[in-house]
Design a protein. Structure first.
Length: 463
C-alpha cells in the first residue's frame, strides 16, 4: 500500500533565547459539570444523569518562554471531538493570542460525563436529552477557552521538574490468548479458558511538577489506564477525582492537578486472576489512591527541566478506512436504527453496524487524524494522538523519542475511535471490529510523531 499523504500544518520554533529568559506558567480550572438529566456517554445504550458524585472540570496549563506560549488542556469527559476542539482553539486564540497549533486539548475518557454531540453520534437522542446535549456541546468550547484565558492571565515565573514513576499493579491488558486459539476481550474474571495476556501494559507514571517560588502551582500526571471504573448515573471524574483530592491535600488545595490518559486502548483495570468485584466508587478510590501514592513518591525524585525553547509541530495524517463490504451497509443501518431498544442486537454486531454506517457515509474519504508535538527545552516532550490508541504504539514513541521524557496523550485534538497496532488486526475482537481506520494506521501515527520529535530535537541541538 502506498504511504498515504500527510500535510504539515505549521511548524513553530522559538529561536535562540537570551540568557535572561525563564519559564513562566499559569494554571486554571473551570467547572464544566452539566445539569442533571443529560445523556451520559460511554456505552452502547442511553442513560440520563440522575445525580452528582463529584464535579467535572476543564483544566488548563499555559507554558511561556521568551514570549512563545503553548497551552495544555484536559477535561473530565469521554472524548475531545474535532468540532469542539476546533471551536475551542478559535476562542482561545481570540482571547489569548495563542494560535491553534499550540493548543493541545484532550479528554480523560470518563464514562460518567455527558454525551458530546459531534459529526457522528451513535446515541439516537431525541427530545429533552437531545436538546440538553446540543446546548452543552455548544457551550463547552467557551468553557475550555475560559480556563485557558484564566491560566494565561496568571502567568508567573516557575521552575519545572519531571520524573517517571512505575506502577504495574493497577493496569491489565484486556485482550487475551484463549485456549481455543482465539483472542478474548474482557473474557471474565477467573475464566479457565484464558491462557495469557495478548499484549503489555505501560507502567510509567509520568509526572511534571511546576512551582512558583516555593508555592506549588501544578502537577501534571499521565498514566495509561482506561477510565471506566465507576459506571452508574452520577457525574464523576472517576479515579482521577481521588488523585486530584489526595495531591491537593499533600501540596495544598490551590495546586491544580491535571491528569491525561496514556495510550490505553487495550488496557483496563480488571484483574482476571482475582474474583473480587472491581466496580464503583470504592474501586475508583482505590486506583486513585495507589496512583497518587506513586506520584507522591516521585516528588523527591523530580529532576529540573533545563530552560530552553518551546517548540510545537502539527501534522494531519490521512488514514485509510477500515475494510467493509457494500452488502453490509443496509443490514448495518437497520441494526443501528434499533439502538436503545433492549436486546437490539448482539454487542459486536451493534458495534460493527455503527462502524459500517459511518464508513459508508464517508464515501471513501480517509480519516483525518492530527498528530501534535509540544517540547520544552531538550528534555521534555508531549505527543497528542486523537483516539483510543493501543499501548504498544505509545510505547514505541517513548522508546524511540530523543527526549529524556516523552508523554504520549491519547484522545487529544479529536476522537477517531480505536487505533489498534498492526498485530491486532488479524486477531480481531472488539477494538478491531470498532476501528474506523485500516491496518497500519497506528504505525503511521507513530512515524509522524517520531518525525516531528526528531525535527524538534535537531533544531534544539543546532542552536
Amino acid at each position: 500500500m502506498p504511504r498515504p499523504t500527510c500535510w504539515l500544518i505549521l511548524t513553530a520554533f522559538a529561536g535562540a533565547l537570551p540568557a535572561a529568559a525563564e519559564w513562566r506558567a499559569g494554571v486554571a480550572h473551570t467547572k464544566i459539570t452539566p445539569p442533571l438529566g443529560m445523556p451520559m456517554a460511554g456505552y452502547y445504550h442511553n442513560r440520563g444523569a440522575t445525580g452528582l458524585h463529584d464535579d467535572l472540570y476543564a483544566k488548563a496549563l499555559v507554558l511561556e518562554r521568551d514570549g512563545f506560549k503553548a497551552a495544555l488542556v484536559v477535561f473530565d469527559l469521554i472524548s475531545a471531538p474535532e468540532a469542539i476542539v476546533e471551536q475551542a482553539r478559535k476562542l482561545v486564540e481570540q482571547q489569548t493570542g495563542i494560535p491553534p497549533e499550540r493548543v493541545m486539548i484532550s479528554a480523560t475518557h470518563a464514562h460518567t460525563g455527558p454525551v458530546l454531540i459531534s459529526r457522528t453520534d451513535r446515541y439516537n437522542l431525541e427530545g429533552k436529552m437531545l436538546e440538553l446535549a446540543k446546548r452543552y456541546s455548544a457551550d463547552l468550547p467557551g468553557m475550555v477557552a475560559a480556563s485557558v484565558a484564566k491560566a494565561n492571565a496568571s502567568l508567573a515565573p516557575v521552575t519545572i521538574s519531571s520524573a517517571s514513576g512505575h506502577e504495574d499493579s493497577l493496569a491489565f491488558n484486556r485482550r487475551f490468548f484463549m485456549c481455543d486459539g482465539t483472542i478474548g476481550w474482557n473474557p471474565g474474571k477467573l475464566n479457565p479458558k484464558i491462557v495469557k495476556p495478548a499484549g503489555p501494559i505501560d507502567p510509567e507514571v509520568a509526572v511534571v511538577y511546576l512551582e512558583t517560588g516555593a508555592k506549588p502551582l501544578a502537577t501534571y500526571v499521565n498514566y495509561a489506564l482506561h477510565l471506566d471504573t465507576v459506571g452508574g448515573e452520577h457525574y464523576s471524574a472517576d479515579y482521577p477525582y481521588t488523585l486530584y483530592s489526595i495531591l491537593g491535600r499533600v501540596k495544598g488545595s490551590e495546586m491544580v492537578t491535571l491528569f491525561t490518559q496514556g495510550t490505553s486502548g487495550n488496557v483496563n483495570h480488571i484483574d482476571v486472576k482475582s474474583g473480587a468485584p472491581q466496580r464503583g466508587h470504592h474501586e475508583a478510590a482505590r486506583i486513585g489512591t495507589v496512583l497518587a501514592g506513586e506520584v507522591v513518591k516521585m516528588y523527591p525524585k523530580l529532576q529540573p527541566v533545563r530552560e530552553g525553547p518551546i517548540q510545537t509541530r502539527r501534522e494531519i495524517m490521512k488514514l485509510p478506512l477500515a475494510k467493509f463490504e457494500q452488502s453490509e451497509v443496509a443490514p448495518a443501518r437497520a441494526t443501528a436504527a434499533k439502538f436503545g431498544e433492549p436486546g437490539a442486537a448482539p454487542f459486536l454486531e451493534l458495534v460493527n453496524a455503527f462502524k459500517v454506517v459511518e464508513l459508508a457515509e464517508r464515501n471513501g474519504k480517509p480519516v483525518e487524524a492530527e498528530v501534535q508535538v509540544i517540547t520544552a527545552g531538550d528534555q521534555l516532550a508531549w505527543v497528542a494522538l486523537p483516539g483510543e490508541v493501543f499501548v504498544e504504539l505509545g510505547q514505541a514513541i517513548k522508546k524511540l523519542s530523543p527526549f529524556r521524557q516523552t508523554i504520549v496523550v491519547e484522545l487529544a485534538n479529536g476522537s477517531i475511535g480505536y487505533i489498534p497496532n498492526r498485530k491486532a488486526y488479524p486477531e480481531g475482537n472488539y477494538e478491531v471490529v470498532s476501528a474506523r481506520v485500516a491496518e497500519g494506521s497506528g504505525e503511521m501515527l507513530v512515524d509522524a510523531a517520531l518525525r516531528m520529535l526528531n525535527d524538534c530535537w535537531e533544531k534544539r541541538k543546532a542552536e
